[in-house]
Ligand binder design. Structure first.
Ligand SMILES: [Zn+2]
Length: 136
């Protein structure tokens, strides 16, 4: 992923391509403040840096793929379905982590996020989402 790391691209006025936050899967857009250490930037925010990817987050990813694997191709699930499987009692707490897990799976190329049947940008979409496998 890293090039030579000398920051020449920033100094030359060329903006490096955005990359995904490893925690929430949202797109991180290059900023001048990061010119010196863009290659080391992995999280979009302090919140994501603190949270990182916990075992429960990995469990949510696995559960999303398991649920989708049990459905017909093209079928969608709601993030809450995965959250309920991972924690039947405290699933409401896992709603945002479940959405983040879905975004990381989008980054990995495993799933798409849809709203109203259309694929949406997971970084910017608001409101309820559905998840389906890619390659439909
Ligand atoms: Zn993030």
């Amino acid at each position: 992923m890293s090039s030579c790391g000398c920051g020449a691209a920033g100094r030359a006025g060329m903006t490096p391509p955005p990359k995904p936050c490893v925690a929430c899967g949202r797109t991180i857009t290059w900023r001048a403040a990061w010119a010196a250490n863009w290659d080391e930037v992995r999280y979009c925010s302090d919140r994501c840096r603190r949270r990182k990817v916990r075992p429960v987050d990995t469990a949510l990813e696995t559960t999303i793929m398991t649920l989708l694997g049990a459905r017909a191709r093209g079928a969608t699930i709601c993030p809450s379905e995965a959250a309920r499987v991972v924690d039947p009692e405290g699933w409401r707490e896992l709603m945002e982590p479940a959405r983040a897990a879905a975004r990381r799976l989008v980054v990995a190329g495993s799933v798409e996020i849809t709203q109203g049947g259309r694929v949406v940008d997971p970084s910017t979409c608001k409101g309820p989402i559905r998840i389906r496998r890619t390659g439909v």
